[in-house]
Write a protein that binds this ligand. Structure first.
Ligand code: RFL
Ligand code: PHB
Length: 394
């Protein structure tokens, strides 16, 4: 088999890259370890930046996100028992985010890929990457007991944090930066109306809570839990009881509970691997970096990486120029580190840290008080939350 770009991973970064390349007439094959249904069963991100929406549009898959997504102009910060609104729309000169689930983004991309008749190999095992330091890279995998090989010009490693792509790079060629937080997020998805029109980020003495949504009838809620906690320790009743305790009285009153459709715990981590290009192998999305979900940046960074990568590959094929390829890693990392900083800062501001005690809580409350009363500080939060621009020069 031969293709121009072999893409490892059918998560949002792999599928979006495939679609952007296809639109530009660049041939690609996606190789995914799991089944399509498994990929769609993972409940993850919910907030899309305008830049992500623009890329979905460029890929020709934004219709349903526009029709069914919920544009949000602000978020609410809850601390010391009261909610305060950050008007992102006003503070950023008219920007907004779109609340639309990652599962739906993935479904739209899968449908578009199938409709265009592009090849995707699901349930591929023993995926391995070869010769990306030369001019003729290859990807090998086993499907139904048979070994296959793809010859290609480039490999895009879009296979997430636990994927094979980053692991294929010689240890001496890559530098990894990591911070692990002493807590995780327990998430529940339920078919109940959201407690509020906008997302509520809550700092409480019992720990962080987030009220999010997928639609007017489907809610997504999260609770900060210790790293060692297990989902088996929780029931729906315990979850709703603890969430209610972390809300203000008015929200508690409005909270509608119901059976969970999904309950899981996600660990919180900050991670960056540098560089993101190794000869003819490019890393993109969670394969190269992880942010704690507090800033809602993971999927958005995956999209902007793929925006840069598709641009670079299009430049290579159309203009025979290596400029985009040569600048790929630096361009991505400049945006990634700013999102890493924002996600770390917002996580540090909103969560209970075991080691900081009452003093830490007082400092957080002082910063939150400053944040809601200072236009400079709330503008900084707003401009990061809606997403910093993609810069194309170096
Ligand atoms: P993914 O989604 O992990 O997809 C990688 C794909 O690669 C496959 N794979 C392999 N395929 C072939 N061979 C191998 N050896 C392979 N190894 C793995 C996997 O099966 C998978 O299908 O990475 P991608 O595409 O880079 O996308 C990244 C996003 O999924 C991630 O950043 C976001 O979900 C993060 N995130 C959020 N991001 C936002 O922008 N806004 C949010 O509101 C937001 N909320 C969240 C989040 C992540 C969460 N969790 C569970 C970590 C909330 C949560 C709770
Ligand atoms: C979500 O809806 O899953 C979500 C929203 C905002 C975040 C993280 C997750 O910051």
């Amino acid at each position: 088999m031969r293709t121009q770009v072999a893409i490892i991973g059918a998560g949002p970064s792999g599928l979006l890259l495939g679609q952007l390349l296809h639109k530009a007439g660049i041939d690609n094959i996606v190789v995914e370890r799991q089944s399509g249904d498994y990929v769609l069963s993972r409940i993850r991100a919910g907030v899309l930046e305008q830049i992500t929406m623009d890329l979905l549009e460029q890929a020709g898959v934004a219709q349903r996100a526009h029709a069914e997504g919920l544009p949000h102009h602000g978020i609410e910060l809850l601390f010391k028992g009261e909610r305060h609104r950050i008007d992102m729309h006003k503070l950023t000169g008219g920007k907004q985010v779109m609340v639309y689930g990652q599962t739906e983004v993935t479904r739209d991309l899968m449908d578009a890929r199938a409709a265009a008749g592009l090849s995707t190999v699901y349930e591929a095992s023993q995926v391995s990457l070869h010769d990306f330091d030369g001019t003729q890279p290859r990807v090998r995998y086993v499907k139904d007991g048979v070994t296959h090989e793809i010859e290609c010009d480039f490999i895009a490693g879009c296979d997430g944090y636990h994927g094979v792509s980053r692991a294929s790079v010689p240890a001496g060629s890559i530098h990894e930066y990591e911070k692990v937080y002493p807590f995780g997020w327990l998430g529940v998805l339920a078919d109940v109306p959201p407690v509020s029109e906008e997302l509520i980020y809550a700092n409480t003495s019992r720990g962080f809570a987030l009220c999010s949504m997928r639609s007017h009838t489907r809610s997504r809620y999260y609770l900060q839990v210790p790293s060692e906690d297990k989902v088996e320790n929780w029931t729906d009743a315990l979850f709703w009881e603890e969430l209610a305790r972390r809300l203000d009285p008015a929200a508690r009153e409005r909270l509608v509970t119901g059976p969970s459709l999904e309950m899981s715990i996600a660990p919180l981590r900050s991670f960056v691997a540098e560089p993101m290009r190794f000869g003819r192998l490019f890393l993109a999305g969670d394969a190269a970096h992880i942010v704690p979900p507090t800033g809602a940046k993971g999927l958005n960074l995956a999209a902007s990486d793929v925006g840069y990568l598709s641009g670079a590959l299009i430049e290579h094929y159309r203009e025979h120029s290596a400029a985009g390829i040569d600048h790929y890693s630096a361009r991505c990392l400049s945006r990634i580190w700013k999102a890493e900083r924002f996600s770390w800062w917002f996580t540090s501001l909103m969560h209970r840290f075991p080691e900081t005690g009452e003093f830490g809580q007082k400092i957080q409350e002082a910063e939150l008080d400053y944040l809601i009363h200072s236009e400079a500080a709330s503008t900084s939060l707003a401009e990061n939350y809606v997403g910093l621009p993609m810069v194309h020069s170096n």
